[in-house]
Design a protein around this ligand. Structure first.
Ligand code: CTP
Length: 400
């Protein structure tokens, strides 16, 4: 792999990306620009990658590095990509080792732009980004938030872990076809909390990873994505609108609002089924006599059921998840088929949790059951691979 680094303050975040790439076993050649070295020096890149680093085409000329590095790469990722680097890439300029590498690479290329909002929004940059995307380069949307100085806006480099996930996805699947372009999708993720008092809650172990992988995968396939996230601490997927919620009722409100015009809704969240009937305004104190309070619970609304039975749009595809264990009344798949019918959704992604935990793990395996009778086995793989299998099934069911 080639990690290109151009000259922006976010170059320091590329060190973390490099670490993630090398620690997961990838062979990474770092190609910084001369300007990048003003932010992070060559010894850092050399030490972290275990390879010499150069910026110019004039080093080791007998090895023809300006052609060889690009030709032999399986993936080139540039993070951060400055406005200048994006412009050079769009116009085919080749005045240093990185821009030569971009011209000679025939593998997938991922650019993670980072710059001030004005620069990102400038018509010149937007035209360059459009040119690159039309040529099949994956240009990530910058994240929103604090920029170099006290100002904030769109233009931050997405988190290293986020770019890392995109790179792994591209290595497995290549640059995804934009088969969800023009589609609006809603994904829920994480586990809701139901408060007993200001500091205590009933919650569950859902990490939100599968939902985040779904949001990222949909964005990479061109969809406009709203991610309703309950109590997650994961890096925000690039180019995705994230709405944070805590309780099942808040999740319901935000999912239903976003679902209004959506082509598909995927309920990957684990909403708490019950909530305390009352929330104490003050912290509940321990009683002197050693007794414990009883907590009366009320049932929460079933959002998936509601979405499925009151479709806000004709042809909207609704997807649910089910973590099942078999019992005396039936196998995992028997119970899941019954749940699919009860919930009324189009697809149910079934995780067999009899053997071990799915929660928090990077991997998953599933069976996707369809209301039209179909069954698809998704072999063990990353949550990103499972996410793409789900979107494949959704895509075939979307109407024009
Ligand atoms: N779900 C929901 N609203 C709830 C609870 C669950 O939308 N209040 C959705 C989850 O997001 C997931 C699916 O329903 O897509 C999970 O189903 P499961 O947790 O098995 O639902 P339960 O209603 O708890 O199942 P059962 O009917 O077996 O009790």
């Amino acid at each position: 792999m080639v990690l290109g680094v151009s000259g922006g303050i976010a170059a320091y975040k590329a060190c973390e990306l490099l670490r993630l790439l090398t620690e997961s076993g990838h062979d990474v050649t770092v190609v910084p620009t001369a300007a990048a070295l003003r932010f992070v020096g060559a010894p850092t890149w050399a030490a972290l990658s275990g390879k010499p680093v150069s910026t110019e085409v004039w080093d080791d000329v007998h090895e023809v590095p300006h052609v060889r590095i690009g030709q032999s790469a399986d993936l080139v990722v540039v993070a951060p990509a400055t406005a200048d680097l994006v412009a050079k890439a769009a116009h085919g300029l080749a005045d240093d080792l990185l821009t030569n590498t971009l011209l000679t690479a025939r593998c997938p290329v991922v650019l993670a732009p980072a710059m001030h909002t004005e620069m990102w929004e400038h018509a010149a940059t937007q035209a360059n980004v459009a040119t690159l995307r039309a040529r099949g380069v994956l240009v990530l949307e910058p994240a929103e938030g604090r920029l170099t100085g006290a100002d904030s806006g769109k233009g931050r480099l997405p988190e290293a872990a986020e770019i890392f996930d995109v790179c792994l996805d591209v290595l497995v699947r290549g640059i995804a076809a934009e088969d969800l372009a023009g589609r609006q999708v809603v994904v829920s993720a994480g586990g809701t909390r139901e408060y007993l008092d200001p500091v205590r809650f009933l919650g569950n172990r859902s990490s939100g990873r599968q939902g985040y992988a779904l949001a990222r995968a949909a964005a990479s396939r061109g969809a406009e994505v709203t991610l309703v996230a309950a109590n997650t601490t994961l890096p925000e997927p690039a180019g995705v609108k994230v709405v944070h919620v805590e309780t099942t009722e808040e999740l319901r409100t935000e999912v239903l609002a976003a679902a209004g015009s959506a082509d598909a809704v995927v309920m990957a969240a684990a909403p708490a089924d019950f909530r305390p009937t009352s929330v104490s305004a003050a912290k509940i104190k321990k009683a002197d006599d050693g007794s414990a309070p009883s907590i009366e619970l009320a049932q929460n609304p079933d959002i998936l059921h509601e979405l499925s039975h009151r479709r806000s749009r004709e042809g909207q595809v609704v997807v649910g998840f089910a973590a099942e264990t078999g019992d005396d009344t039936g196998t995992v798949l028997d119970l899941a088929r019954a749940k699919l019918a009860r919930k009324g959704c189009d697809l149910l992604v079934v995780n067999d949790v009899s053997g071990g935990a799915v929660f928090g793990s990077a991997d998953n395996e599933a069976v996707i059951l369809a209301a039209d009778g179909g069954t698809r086995d998704v072999p063990r793989g990353s949550k990103t691979q499972v996410a793409h299998a789900i979107w494949d099934e959704v895509a075939t069911r979307l109407q024009d």
